[in-house]
Ligand binder design. Structure first.
Ligand code: ZN
Ligand code: ZN
Length: 197
C-alpha cells in the first residue's frame, strides 16, 4: 500500500526510536532513558521548550500483538513570558506519554475493529522505527497553560503608565478615576506629552 512509499523517518533523528530489538514478540520490552535536544517550536508561541535544550525521556517500549506500545514521561525546561505583564517566565513541563504504534501490515485488520479513520489517526511504525515527535508535541502543548502567567494573580501592567503592577502594588496616579472625566483626562495627558500639538 502507498504508506510504504512515504517512508520518511530518519533513523538518526533524535526522536526516532528503533524497535527492531523487540523482535515483534508480544511481551518483549525495553526501557530507555535518554536526553534529546528539543526540536524547534515545541510548545506554544508564548511558552515553549527552547530549541536544542534537553528533553529528558523515560520510556518503555513493549511489543503487543498490533504493534509497539510506548509509555513513559518527558520532562523539559520552558521559557516564555507572562501574557499580562510580559515578565520572562521559566518553568518546567512534565508530561506522560502513551501511544500504540501499529505495524504497517496491521492497518487493515485494525480498521475492521475500529470506526476511526485509522489512516489519519493511527501512529504507525515504519521499518520498525517510531516517530516520537508528534506525540511529544501534542503532549507538551496540552500540558501548557493557554495563557501563561508569572504568578496566578499577576495584576498586569498599569494602563496609564505601563509599569508592572506586581513590582509596585500600591501604584497609583493622582488623576480622578471617574469615567465621566476620563476623556478630559486623556486630553490633558496628550497635551502634556506633546506640547507642540
Ligand atoms: Zn505577570
Ligand atoms: Zn501607572
Amino acid at each position: 500500500m502507498w504508506e510504504f512509499a512515504v517512508n520518511s523517518l530518519d533513523p538518526r533523528a533524535p526522536l526516532v526510536l528503533d524497535t527492531r530489538e523487540l523482535g515483534r514478540r508480544p511481551g518483549s520490552q525495553r526501557e530507555l532513558e535518554l536526553s534529546v535536544p528539543a526540536p524547534a517550536e515545541l510548545g506554544i508561541e508564548v511558552l515553549s521548550v527552547p530549541e536544542g535544550s534537553p528533553v529528558e525521556l523515560d520510556l518503555r517500549l513493549e511489543a503487543v500483538m498490533e504493534g509497539v506500545l510506548l509509555t513513559g514521561t518527558a520532562t523539559a525546561g520552558l521559557a516564555g513570558e507572562c501574557v499580562r505583564c510580559l515578565e520572562p517566565i521559566e518553568d518546567e513541563v512534565h508530561v506522560t506519554l502513551q501511544e500504540l504504534y501499529v505495524y504497517p501490515d496491521q492497518h487493515d485488520r485494525a480498521a475492521e475493529h475500529d470506526d476511526r479513520d485509522l489512516d489519519d489517526e493511527t501512529s504507525r511504525l515504519e521499518d520498525d522505527l517510531l516517530d516520537l515527535e508528534p506525540l511529544l508535541r501534542d503532549a507538551v502543548v496540552l500540558a501548557l497553560p493557554f495563557q501563561p502567567l508569572c504568578m496566578d494573580d499577576c495584576p498586569g501592567l498599569c494602563t496609564e503608565c505601563g509599569a508592572r503592577l506586581a513590582d509596585d502594588p500600591d501604584h497609583s496616579h493622582d488623576a480622578p478615576i471617574d469615567p465621566r472625566w476620563a476623556g478630559l483626562q486623556q486630553l490633558q495627558a496628550d497635551t502634556k506629552q506633546d506640547p507642540h500639538d
